[in-house]
Design a protein around this ligand. Structure first.
Ligand code: FEO
Length: 393
């Protein structure tokens, strides 16, 4: 997409990936994505901030004026969707130096084979002058890898944040227009790549809070001209508090687990608990990750396949374990034909979750009135646990 000036001498060079539907061969992108590079032209030097995914290399290269020098290439993050075109930029601009964090140096050399003598490490808090503009670097580890940093330009009050605050949205809008859409996309992104590191993210929020910011310019999605919108959202997501919510991923083969899951949805709802249920056979796993950000309880529903849980449940349980959500309670429900070790196997898949198990119900064959009574007891226990933590109004 054509370059757009967002402040005097600062342009966004957005490559919009309308058709991309999967990131890292794992993360669903229902709204596509964009990779934003930025050109900061000072009175004495020019910096390119990040690049783009190699697949959209033409979009970025086509917006750069070969007659104007680039003195610095700021690499916030070694992942290739931002760094992948830096090797070509260095070939095209032989006078350019890459500026990156101390941990990024080795990553850029191993992932992109950047020559060591083209890289200059900048310290946390260090500034580099472009003349009438200054680049100030702030280390913000784990947004999304350990080497990540952001750049602040005080003269323009712009924070270039790379993955931090980003949203996977393909759009021609330079700034956030549809807040609901961007909020969900940003929450999806936070849930999938930053949630496991939320205590570090909290520190990073504190670091950028001290800056006077008019624009937050991420490397995915539209720019925030009201930074408080996304900073407040992040503060809510990383806060230790949870909501009166249950996440219930389930899968069913012949209807027994489905009946049990739906009974529990109704029973919890009658007790004032919000439930997010996901049929793992068809769900967007990103929606599940979003729901895990705030929930206090996880209830897993599974049929039995060769004595263990359904493979889709393995994947969901493994994902929840990787993402380390705040969850405090759990339960396991499901069914089997002749024998099952699903409860034991699911329990062994989630060692990272610091949860109290409020109950398990594993039904042989079709659920009965006794089964539903057991599920009601789980619903009682969940509602009571949420009340004890003052989550229920
Ligand atoms: Fe958008 Fe971690 O890369």
């Amino acid at each position: 997409m054509h370059a757009k000036e967002i402040r005097n001498g600062i342009k966004v060079l957005a490559s919009v990936h309308w058709e991309r539907r999967l990131f890292d061969a794992l993360i669903p992108l229902p709204d596509g994505t964009s990779y934003n590079a930025y050109l900061v032209e000072g009175s004495e030097a020019t910096a390119l901030i990040d690049s783009t995914d190699p697949e959209l290399r033409d979009e970025l290269i086509g917006e750069l004026d070969p007659g104007k020098p680039i003195d610095y290439v700021v690499s916030h993050h070694g992942e290739q969707d931002h760094s992948g075109v830096i090797p070509e930029i260095l070939e095209r601009y032989p006078g350019a130096t890459v500026l990156c964090s101390s941990k990024a140096r080795e990553l850029l050399m191993t992932h992109l084979h950047l020559p060591e003598d083209r890289i200059r490490v900048v310290d946390d808090g260090e500034s580099v002058s472009l003349g009438d503009k200054t680049l100030t670097f702030v280390y913000t580890p784990w947004v999304h890898w350990p080497e990540t940093m952001v750049t602040y330009v005080p003269e323009a009050k712009v924070l270039f944040s790379c993955d931090f605050f980003g949203s996977h949205v393909a759009t021609t809008d330079t700034y956030v227009v549809d807040r609901g859409r961007v909020y969900e996309a940003a929450k999806r992104y936070y849930a999938e790549i930053m949630m496991p590191f939320r205590r570090v993210i909290q520190n990073n929020l504190d670091k950028v809070d001290g800056l006077d910011i008019d624009l937050i310019a991420p490397s995915h999605g539209p720019i925030y001209d009201d930074p408080g919108f996304i900073v407040d959202a992040y503060r809510d997501w990383v806060a230790p508090s949870m909501k009166n919510e249950v996440v219930l991923p389930y899968v069913s083969m012949h209807g027994s687990t489905y009946r049990m899951a739906m009974h529990l949805v109704d029973a919890l709802s009658r007790r004032g608990v919000t439930v997010h249920a996901f049929d793992l056979a068809v769900t967007d796993i990103g929606k599940l990750a979003i729901a895990l950000v705030d929930a206090a309880t996880l209830i897993v529903g599974t049929p039995t396949v060769h004595v263990g849980p359904h493979p889709a449940v393995y994947q969901a349980a493994h994902l929840a374990n990787l993402l380390r959500p705040k969850l405090r309670h759990a339960a396991i429900i499901g069914s089997y034909g002749w024998n099952s070790r699903a409860v034991e196997q699911i329990s062994s898949l989630i060692p990272n979750l610091n949860v109290t198990v409020l109950g398990t119900v594993l039904q042989k064959g079709m659920p009965t009135d006794d089964t539903f009574a057991e599920l009601d007891r789980i619903a009682d226990a969940v509602a009571e646990a949420h009340r004890a933590e003052a989550l229920v109004a």
